[in-house]
Design a protein around this ligand. Sequence first.
Ligand SMILES: [Fe+2]
Ligand SMILES: [Fe+2]
Length: 289
Amino acid sequence: MVPSRVWVISDVHIDYQENFNILTDFARRGHRLDALIIAGDVTDKLDRLQQLFEVVVPCFHRVLFVPGNHELWIRRSDFSDSLQKFQAIQELCHYHGVQTEPVKIGQYRQVWLVPLYSWYDDQQHGEHSLFVKKNAEDRTDQMWGDFFHTRWPDTLDVPIAEHFARLNEPFLAWNFDAPIISFSHFLPRQELIFNRHYEQEELVKMFDPYPEFNFTRVAGSTRILRQIERLGSQVHVYGHQHRNRLRLLEGVTYVSHCLGYPKERMLGYVHADAMTPRCIWREDTGFCL
Ligand SMILES: [Fe+2]
Ligand SMILES: [Fe+2]
């Protein structure tokens, strides 16, 4: 019997035609029993997202998706705010059969795939923030596209990260009777930002290509970590940083497998092994990390 498999990728950024081709070529290779997790940052254009779904969804048993920050940009659109666009994305997923709720796959061995909506807490939202101070002038507000291209309704009375975390609450109470792979676009813990424990003090000072941009302000939120803990995830997949990681922390294996921009691959920020989705689970052998 052919085993089903779980493949993961994020930050596909398909406005680069090369990236669109990488994912669609991979999809067409025959994955009828497989699941594909796309952990956000596909495109900010809904018609382009639809084009990808039209090619990829029929190639897999299941395709799962959570929006990243780029999907919620409302430039070049008629949406009045980013939550209205989020709703339109949900409807597009529903129409194309893209899974946005937990799903169990496999027959003789099974695994749950659990999407977690998320956003980042910046330092103004203290306890959940992943903020680390940098030794340079912080011009993140002027350099980060989200601050120009997203808009939140005036009626929203909680931090946007809290709003998205609340959307996951109904799923957290489900009865998960097999190991869990959860996924989010944003980072759930500060350690994952840095690839070695000393990078924060040493490498950032020496080699940081953007000393005035502080990614930690827009990286993620520990609200995601709290939900991973409540679920009891064995593996958590995330994206957003365009730095690929595999790290075991407190019993959870964290995987980041971003395709990223062509230029980032050329410069070696994103390694060549991310040129196709990564297989992290197989029905015949279980987790393969
Ligand atoms: Fe991205
Ligand atoms: Fe992102």
